[in-house]
Design a protein. Structure first.
Length: 305
């Protein structure tokens, strides 16, 4: 009697086990789930966590402690554009990302930097670099984007300074900002439109986007940098991060060359730029992206010289 009951229980257990196996295999081999599994594996391959413990014999390094880096084999990283309007802090953000991870930035442009890091041109951009500098030249499919936004007033002055001085930390001669000439006026009219077109371009790619506001980065470098690394799904190396934060400004920031201030924007230009800011805000809100910081709605002039 006991033996028969035991046998019956064993049969029930085996039957339940076989039913579970059959049910699970049916679900996992359905066309929809096979497709989902493949998509998940592809996502993990492209956006999976990447170690950033660099071997000393395969990196370019110096004595600063967090300037070593290496380009990875093709296909290591997804193609993440680091996008901005010129003058918005792209150089600084690239330096922060490279220093904190040991993985370099690349660019779709020919760019030479003599300080902090090298910038390698990549076309095609085949996954050797963590991020790829790109303003608005999408020549191949991207997997996502970090978009750096800066108050257009400040970004316009920063880029005009760079163009006219030839360096990221230089100043344009004050007389070049005179609206009676065509240089500054044409520059503002042309460049200001790019703040909206940049957002439109990357939003229309329908890929993951992470917004970085330059103003927030200035106020909280560590917090904003950690959020970028989380978006990139790179394991955070706390030692490298601490090293990076100890020199968070890098060497590409422009310091005021006097205690003087100036205001190069005419009322007509202010009206144009204020409209641009409003359009940026609408684009962000309509696409469930972070709203502009409050300071964008306050005219920031006069500006430090």
């Amino acid at each position: 009697m006991g033996y028969t009951a035991l046998t019956r229980d064993a049969v029930v257990i085996v039957t339940i086990f076989l039913l579970v196996v059959w049910f699970w295999s049916t679900i996992m081999t359905s066309p929809d789930n096979v497709s989902l599994i493949r998509e998940t594996e592809e996502h993990r391959r492209k956006m999976g966590h990447v170690t950033n413990d660099l071997p000393p014999n395969n990196s370019s390094s110096d004595a600063t402690g967090c300037s070593d880096y290496r380009f990875m084999p093709p296909g290591t990283f997804p193609y993440i554009a680091l996008a901005s309007v010129p003058g918005s802090g792209n150089t600084w953000v690239r330096w922060l990302l490279q220093s904190s991870t040991g993985f370099p930035a690349a660019s779709v442009y020919n760019v030479q930097h003599s300080t902090d890091f090298r910038l390698k041109k990549c076309l095609p951009c085949n996954g050797q670099a963590l991020v790829v500098k790109n303003h608005a030249d999408i020549k191949e499919p991207i997997d996502g984007a970090i978009i750096i936004l800066r108050n257009p007033y400040s970004a316009l002055i920063a880029e005009f300074n760079r163009k006219k001085s030839g360096t990221h930390a230089g100043h344009a001669p004050i007389h070049l900002f005179n609206n009676s000439g065509t240089g500054w006026r044409h520059f503002v009219n042309g460049m200001s439109k790019r703040f909206v077109s940049l957002l439109e371009l990357y939003i229309h790619q329908n890929k993951p986007i992470h917004i970085v506001f330059y103003e927030n980065l200035k106020k909280g470098v560590e917090w904003e940098l950690r959020k970028m690394l989380q978006f990139l799904k790179v394991n955070i190396n706390e030692k490298r991060l601490t090293c990076t934060l100890s020199n968070a400004e890098g060497s590409n920031h422009r310091s005021p060359n006097s205690s003087m201030t100036f205001d190069p924007f005419s009322m007509e230009q202010r009206s144009l730029i204020d409209d641009i800011i409003s359009r940026m805000d609408v684009l962000l809100k309509d696409n469930n992206l972070p709203a502009l910081p409050e300071e964008y709605w306050i005219y920031p002039g006069p500006f430090p010289r």
